[in-house]
Design a protein around this ligand. Sequence first.
Ligand SMILES: [Zn+2]
Length: 180
Amino acid sequence: MLHPLTNGRWQKIITNQSGNFFYGVKTTKIFCKPTCHSKTPNKDNVLIFKTTREAIKSGFRPCKRCQPTGQTLSNDEWVNQIKKYLQLNYQQKLTLDKIALDCHGSSSSLQRIFKKITNKSPNDYLIELRLQHSQQLLRETDYSIKTIAARCGFNSDTYFNTSFKTKYHQTPLDYKYHNN
Ligand SMILES: [Zn+2]
């Protein structure tokens, strides 16, 4: 069930006016009321929902800030939201500030609550995701180390090599050799 992003709806979203609809952002899988003061989304990534149920059924989660379902988001729910966001976006360059902005919280509460619930920092979780994905590419493709590093969101192949070795006690190339 798709509802059009009319110009009227878009204007409400960017000027934070109320409307009888909700909007979700594809890259974060979070949905908001049009009044939400979160970052203005990229127009191409916006989906319109008539009800919160419709948004939830489409795999979106309620925003922590504007609470579109009228319920406070628990820390567990928020951390699940952040994890989902990282799983969708780990290939990109991500800073704590960007993650916090996209997940509608402050960077200090993001760091603190994520660590409290998962026992690791958002960055540790992000590196794990990147390394897991790199293992898959090492096994299943013939991409160079440089390409794999870039595809998994590492700034450089040196950083990729170091992170891989720290976690798995072998180099990416050794891993590839033993798993091909
Ligand atoms: Zn919101």
